[in-house]
Design a protein around this ligand. Structure first.
Ligand code: ADP
Ligand code: MG
Length: 249
């Protein structure tokens, strides 16, 4: 079997008496979408924060591209191509769409703010930002104020920013949240295209999207992975239905 792009081993994080993640192990393989589902409070966002580096685990290890990154800060993991997107929007609303896309490039290349002005006029950074906007269909909005975009267009801009990072893996926390039915369908189609760029670890509540997209699903309950399997395996699991999907056992 090919080596996983991203792996977590025995990841635990305690808040006071609460074990928010409790010995979580899972991996992300080339080309796949691995969905993580679980009820509110299961520890999904806490897990994502430890994978991206926003939160230091109490125990366990995160391996990315064969390297132990457990002690690396967010920025260095992002620089290696670990692209975190979505749940909390970090867009600068008063800046143009292109300026926001450039921030991804500048962040990824370690530049400071002073790098931004020349980059806006010419250069590889600008080319990468514009190419990313074309890929998500926002090229005509490049000079629009980000605040003037629709909610769905802002989501696409966040995807474009992720693309500028030359991602080797995407880590997404509820990208469908707040999107209507049409927006969810559009995002589902988009993630299906993005997986060709890099594999996706996808935390998502929208089960239609999860069942449509996921190659594997891991079910997190009370900070523990209670099952990992294909869509068919997870759908058929009585333990999963009892613990998560709400069926009486
Ligand atoms: P999910 O994303 O699956 O809904 P979270 O990872 O956000 O779950 O939260 C898991 C548990 O950890 C919840 O009980 C939550 O209240 C708690 N928690 C999350 N972050 C903190 C924090 N910074 N301090 C204390 N408790 C936290
Ligand atoms: Mg969450």
């Amino acid at each position: 079997m090919t080596d996983p792009v991203l792996a977590v081993d025995g990841l635990s994080k305690t808040f006071g008496a609460l074990r928010a993640t409790d010995g979580v192990s899972l991996d992300l393989r080339p080309g796949e979408i691995h969905a993580i589902i679980g009820p509110n409070g299961a520890g999904k966002s806490t897990l994502i924060a430890q994978i991206t580096g926003a939160l230091a685990p109490d125990e366990g290890r995160v391996t990315f591209l064969g390297r132990d990154v457990t002690a690396l800060p967010v920025r260095e993991r992002a620089g290696m191509g670990l692209a975190r997107t979505f749940q909390v929007s970090a867009l600068a609303m008063e800046d143009t769409v292109l300026q926001n896309a450039l921030l991804g490039v500048v962040g990824a290349t370690g530049g400071a703010w002073s790098f931004l002005r020349p980059a806006l006029r010419h250069g590889a950074a600008r080319d990468r930002a514009e190419a990313a906007l074309v890929r998500v269909g926002l090229q005509d909005q490049a000079r629009s104020r980000t605040a003037d975009l629709s909610h769905g267009q802002r989501r696409l801009l966040e995807v474009a920013i992720a693309l500028t990072l030359s991602p080797r893996a995407f880590v997404m926390d509820e990208p469908m949240a707040g999107l209507g039915g049409d927006g969810s369908k559009r995002m589902t189609g988009f993630l299906d295209i993005l997986r060709a760029e890099a594999p996706i670890l996808l935390v998502e509540h929208d089960m239609d999207a999860v069942f449509a997209l996921a190659d594997r699903i891991s079910v997190l309950v009370g900070g523990r992975v209670i099952a990992t399997g294909t869509v068919a395996e997870i759908r058929a699991s009585a333990a999963v239905r009892a613990a998560y999907l709400g069926d009486p056992a």
